[in-house]
Design a protein around this ligand. Structure first.
Ligand code: RRO
Length: 312
């Protein structure tokens, strides 16, 4: 049994990796991912320059997952670009993901020009769904804006690129976003980012649990799995086959990963649970997924990927 997968013609030994934002902000974090069982890593979403992010407390653990309003703290594009380019020199056969999240179209275009002109040979994950920068709406909810961004990007960008999307909650929105995405030579889409602007209340203190934005923040973890699966499935049914799906949201164990793949994911990313558990999560979830596959007689993830059954 193998958990290997392919996206955009690139081979990965394991279909599991971290989700952007979680334990991937420093060289030390990234070294731990390189040493782990993960099939790839993605770097913390970068802005052109280093950012401190929002004031603490800005992340809180919940029984049902997590709430965060980090506000894009990161070490700046040069830091992550240097890391991935050096890593490619050491491990030329590996492909990893560089996440970029400009807070304006100009910032995104400037960063992608820099990546285009660099030696980077991996995947770019363009984050169109950060919910936590005060005053900056999630681009993924403005379909005309998504179209404008991709149109500008593909005027010059020729390396493999995917987009990180926010969750959608209406089937017509799946139709609309897919129609736009299908017009572009995207290598993958990653769905979902956290469910934006949830609110967690502590009844004891009668207070919110994070400081930024009056307590509003992105929800991740177990409670977002049905929304994540719907988005993976909804897009798998609508996107052209050249666009692979990366499934993110609510993966705590092998069964969750299995469900994402059944819905159409070629790669799965673990965020909240990786934050709690560290890189051992990739050993455990790989083992659990392998056991499920053995039990069902599957040898590769392609044996069941996208093959979810319905009643009709
Ligand atoms: O840094 C964040 O606050 C953050 C980002 Br950029 C994102 O894309 N998703 C999220 O939940 N938090």
């Amino acid at each position: 049994i193998t958990l290997e997968t392919t996206i955009g013609g690139r081979h990965f030994d394991n279909c599991m990796m971290n989700a952007a934002g979680i334990r991937c902000q420093t060289n030390k974090d990234l070294d731990a991912l390189v040493a782990s069982k993960a099939g790839a890593y993605v770097t913390k979403s970068a802005t052109p320059h280093k950012r401190a992010g929002n004031p603490a407390p800005r992340m809180h653990e919940l029984h049902l997952g997590s709430i965060n309003s980090m506000g894009l703290p990161n070490n700046g594009l040069d830091y992550y670009l240097n890391y991935v380019v050096e890593d490619e020199q050491k491990r030329p056969d590996s492909t990893n993901f560089l996440s970029v999240a400009g807070t304006s179209l100009e910032d995104n275009l400037a960063m992608l020009h820099q990546v285009q002109d660099s030696n980077f040979n991996g995947f770019v994950e363009l984050n169109l769904s950060c919910p936590n920068v005060p005053g900056k709406p999630q681009v993924g909810y403005d379909f005309d804006r998504v179209n404008t961004v991709l149109n500008e990007v593909f005027q010059f960008f020729t390396k493999p690129l995917g987009v990180k999307l926010p969750p959608y909650f209406d089937l017509v929105h799946f139709d609309q976003i897919a129609e736009i995405l299908n017009q572009y030579p995207l290598t993958f889409v990653n769905t979902i980012n956290s469910i934006g602007n949830g609110l967690v209340v502590d009844p004891e203190t009668e207070k919110v649990v994070i400081k930024p934005k009056g307590g509003f923040g992105g929800i991740g973890g177990i409670s977002v799995k049905p929304t994540a699966l719907a988005n993976v499935r909804g897009l798998a049914l609508r996107l052209k086959p050249e666009i692979s799906i990366v499934g993110t949201g609510g993966i705590l164990n092998g069964q969750d990963a299995f469900e994402h793949i059944l819905c159409g994911a070629s790669m799965v990313q673990i965020g909240t649970q990786f934050g709690y558990e560290g890189t051992r999560v990739f050993d455990r979830v790989s083992q659990e997924l392998t056991e499920i596959m053995a039990h069902k007689g599957y040898e590769t993830i392609d044996d069941f990927r996208g093959k979810l059954k319905t009643f009709d």
